[in-house]
Each structure stands twice: as structure tokens, then as C-alpha cells.
Design a protein around this ligand. Sequence first.
Ligand code: NAG
Ligand code: NAG
Ligand code: NAG
Ligand code: NAG
Ligand code: NAG
Ligand code: NAG
Ligand code: NAG
Ligand code: NAG
Ligand code: NAG
Ligand code: NAG
Ligand code: NAG
Length: 381
Amino acid sequence: MGYLRFPSMAALLFCFCVAVALMPEFAEGRTRHYTFNIKYHNVTRLCSTRRIISVNGKLPGPRLVAREGDQVLIKVVNRIKENVTIHWHGIRQLRSGWADGPAYITQCPIQSGQSYIYNFTITGQRGTLLYHAHISWLRATLYGPIIILPRRNESYPFVKPYKQIPIILGEWFKADPEAVISQALQTGAGPNVSDAYTLNGLPGPTYNCSSNDVFKLKVKPGKTYLLRLINAALNDELFISIANHSLTVVDVDASYVKPFNTDILLIAPGQTTNVLLTTKPNFPNATFLILTSPYFTGAGTLDNTTAAGILEYENPLSSTSTPSPIKTLPLLKPSLPPINATKFVNVTQFVQNLASKYRSLASTKFPANVPKQWTGSFSSP
Ligand SMILES: *[C@@H]1O[C@H](CO)[C@@H](O)[C@H](O)[C@H]1NC(C)=O
Ligand SMILES: *[C@@H]1O[C@H](CO)[C@@H](O)[C@H](O)[C@H]1NC(C)=O
Ligand SMILES: *[C@@H]1O[C@H](CO)[C@@H](O)[C@H](O)[C@H]1NC(C)=O
Ligand SMILES: *[C@@H]1O[C@H](CO)[C@@H](O)[C@H](O)[C@H]1NC(C)=O
Ligand SMILES: *[C@@H]1O[C@H](CO)[C@@H](O)[C@H](O)[C@H]1NC(C)=O
Ligand SMILES: *[C@@H]1O[C@H](CO)[C@@H](O)[C@H](O)[C@H]1NC(C)=O
Ligand SMILES: *[C@@H]1O[C@H](CO)[C@@H](O)[C@H](O)[C@H]1NC(C)=O
Ligand SMILES: *[C@@H]1O[C@H](CO)[C@@H](O)[C@H](O)[C@H]1NC(C)=O
Ligand SMILES: *[C@@H]1O[C@H](CO)[C@@H](O)[C@H](O)[C@H]1NC(C)=O
Ligand SMILES: *[C@@H]1O[C@H](CO)[C@@H](O)[C@H](O)[C@H]1NC(C)=O
Ligand SMILES: *[C@@H]1O[C@H](CO)[C@@H](O)[C@H](O)[C@H]1NC(C)=O
């Protein structure tokens, strides 16, 4: 019978190895594979259609999801005529600088018809970041979210969200952004400004000919949502606020922070913020605008428009045969500071006050590893 026992032991051992390999607790991190096809696709906004450059024909591009500790391999295939690179904005790139993406800084661009595999491991970061093109102005439409979940064996240092929703702020140009930057470089004048801001690629009802291109944040009462806010605009700092709802900031640029509440946020281009949105306990008989508009105190021109999305509660009556009365509900509006805010509030003060609220979580698990003593010297060694 001994000859029978051997194969069954081998089978058992094999099963054990497979089981161990599949048990996430035993794995340091897994490898995630993505293929990003950089292609043209036509998009209509503000009643005009334009060819844009994006990832896999999507605006915003697909979500790149990984856990802290995972290795990510993204094969970027250039199917357009322009040179392209992708920058993984905020990823620390420890010993993988050649995967960072800025064209002519860490790599030559990926030329038409060629591909390149970006290879990096996410170390010591969890939260939200963004990826975008890093050559010329291709980032105007080539951008998307990077979602870094905690390690499989770890939880959030805040209430587990019911759902997670990325909201990416962007800019929309009716003209080809490549023509805009090329004209500016030729004339030396400031580039033409964008025609609209967008939430997840949609300008919303504050613009002409845009009432059907509205981002809707659909929620249920009494739940906590994690909004992953990203500013993917080319250059503009943006305020964002949701009528009658306060936001709890929990993570900034893929680092946990001490939670604080605010009605208005200011997000710089390339910056990301995770916030908790706790919905009202009961259907509120109202819908709520989500507004975003720029903060600007410099000289020069700027797109000073305001984009809008809508926070909509699932109607408890919608399951019955009565038609949804969402359209007849009042639409409440948040108030945002005006662009330079001389009268309304002291924006400098608002911005400084907001900035002073950002504190490292500094818990035992997530300590603030900053040197508290300086033992070096400023003279050369
Ligand atoms: C975009 O629209 C133009 C003009 O209608 C058309 O020639 C082109 O093939 C379209 N491009 C794509 C990628 O669909
Ligand atoms: C694309 O990149 C290659 C290599 O850096 C360069 O020689 C070429 O001029 C670039 N093409 C354009 C259109 O910029
Ligand atoms: C990714 O980088 C790691 C670490 O440098 C290396 O071991 C691995 O072979 C690379 N994988 C690919 C597919 O390039
Ligand atoms: C999760 O796993 C990582 C890596 O193995 C380890 O460093 C960390 O302490 C673990 N966390 C918990 C909460 O067990
Ligand atoms: C920039 O704006 C000016 C003035 O409106 C216009 O004449 C020009 O065509 C625009 N440039 C581009 C590249 O759209
Ligand atoms: C919207 O269209 C109206 C009528 O054509 C025009 O008066 C108004 O200036 C436009 N508004 C914007 C923001 O373009
Ligand atoms: C929204 O906020 C306004 C101003 O604080 C308040 O008067 C109103 O009752 C609120 N409405 C809802 C539905 O929360
Ligand atoms: C919303 O309207 C319904 C029907 O009129 C009412 O029963 C409910 O109490 C209202 N809810 C709130 C939060 O005002
Ligand atoms: C926005 O800028 C335009 C042109 O610079 C100006 O005419 C307009 O008054 C500004 N609108 C607001 C709301 O500040
Ligand atoms: C704010 O904007 C107004 C109107 O454009 C301008 O008159 C004022 O000088 C600006 N204030 C500051 C502090 O930039
Ligand atoms: C705005 O706030 C700053 C910083 O607190 C202060 O120095 C400045 O005097 C304030 N300006 C106005 C017009 O209140």
C-alpha cells in the first residue's frame, strides 16, 4: 500500500502549497498586470465633438487598483501618432526611478507603435493618487485614478466605507490642447484657458449645452461613502463643496491624516484627498449640487467658470409605480469662495486655516517619521 501513500502525500503537499500561495496573509504582495492602450477617441462636450487621447477609450481612464505592497506592471501601448509617457503621480518609485514617467527626464517617450512596461512596487503608501500623461499637454485628457487599498491583513484607521467613489476634477478644452500649448509656445503669450471644468469628465448643468453631461453621485441615506478626490486639471487649484454636507478628510496624497471636517476643500493640481461623506439619515427631499471652481490670486488669465455635479439620494418611493420625483425636488447649492475673494471671506485666511488642519495621523501604526533632532552639519563633508 506504500506505493499509494506516496502520491497522496504529494497531492496533499501540493494542495497545501497552493493553499498557502493563495492565502493573502502569507503573501508579501501580489503582482497586478494592466494594459493601457493609448488611443484616440471622439468625445462630445458643450455641443462640440473633438478627438481626444486617452487610456482604453475612456475619460477618465480606467482605475488602477492595487494594495499597499503590491508590484504593478503596466504595459503602455502607444496607438497614436504622438510620443507618450505616463507618470504615476505621487508613487514613491523606490529604486524604480525609470518607471516614473516624465518624458526626457527618466525615460525617452514611447513612440508611435511601441510599448513600454512600467514596473514598480507600492511601498508605504495607501489612499489615492493619479496617473497622467507626462509629455506636452496630453495630460489634458489622458488621466485616471490610482487606488491603493490597505494591505489585505489591514483595515482603515476610520469607519469602513459602504462604498468608494473616485471623483476626478479635470479641464475641458473645445480646442485641441496640443494646438493650445503649441500656439502659446510660439507666441510667448499665456495659453488659451479651458472652456469648462469637469467632474469625472462631465462639465454639468452650469454650462451651455451640457445639461446631459452631469456627474451624479447616487447615494443611500445613513451610509458612509469614501470619496477619492483627485485634481487632474492641467494647472488650476480648485475648490470643491457639496451643498448641506460636510466632508471628513482622512487621507491626503496617499498618507493618512488626523481626520477633520470641512465644508469646502481646496485641491491643487496633482493633489488627491480621501474624504468621508456621511449621508443624511433619511431621504432629504432635496438634491445637492457639488460645485468646483478655481482659486487664483496671480496675474494672467484663467478659466473662471464653475462645474457642477449632483448628489442624489436614492428615492425610497422609486421602487413603487410612481415616477421618480427627483426632478421636482429642490436643488440646493453650496457657496464657494469667489476666485480671489476680497469681499466674501479672506481667502488667504481660508486657505491658511485649511492648510493648518492637515496633520499627520501619527499613530503607533502610522507614525510621523520626521527627524526630531538635527545632528548633521551644513558644511560639506
Ligand atoms: C472621430 O470623428 C471623426 C470625424 O467624424 C472621424 O473621422 C474619426 O474616425 C473618429 N475617430 C474615432 C477614433 O472614432
Ligand atoms: C518622439 O520621440 C523621439 C525620441 O525621443 C524623437 O526623436 C522624436 O522627435 C519625437 N517625436 C515628436 C513628434 O516629438
Ligand atoms: C520588475 O522589477 C523587478 C525589480 O526590479 C524585477 O525583479 C522584475 O524582473 C521586473 N519585472 C518585469 C516584468 O520587468
Ligand atoms: C500585515 O502584514 C504586513 C506584511 O507581512 C506586516 O508588516 C503587518 O504588520 C501586518 N499587519 C497586521 C495588522 O497584522
Ligand atoms: C486662442 O484664442 C484665440 C482668441 O479667442 C483664438 O483666436 C485662437 O484660435 C485660439 N487658439 C487655439 C489654438 O485654439
Ligand atoms: C450661454 O448661451 C447664452 C445664449 O446663447 C449666452 O448668452 C451665454 O453667454 C452663454 N453662457 C456661457 C457660460 O457660455
Ligand atoms: C440645507 O442647508 C440650509 C442652510 O444651512 C438649510 O436651511 C436647509 O434646511 C438645509 N436643507 C437640507 C435638506 O438639508
Ligand atoms: C420627505 O417627504 C416625505 C413625504 O412628504 C415626508 O414623509 C418625509 O418626512 C420628508 N423627509 C424629510 C427628511 O423631510
Ligand atoms: C471670468 O473671466 C472673464 C474674462 O476674463 C470675465 O469677463 C468675467 O467677468 C469673469 N467672470 C467671473 C464670474 O469672474
Ligand atoms: C480680485 O478680483 C477683483 C476683480 O477682478 C480685482 O479688482 C481685485 O484687485 C482682486 N483682488 C486681489 C487681492 O487680487
Ligand atoms: C487676510 O488674512 C491674512 C492672514 O491672516 C492677513 O494678513 C490679511 O490682513 C487679511 N486680509 C484682509 C483683507 O482681511
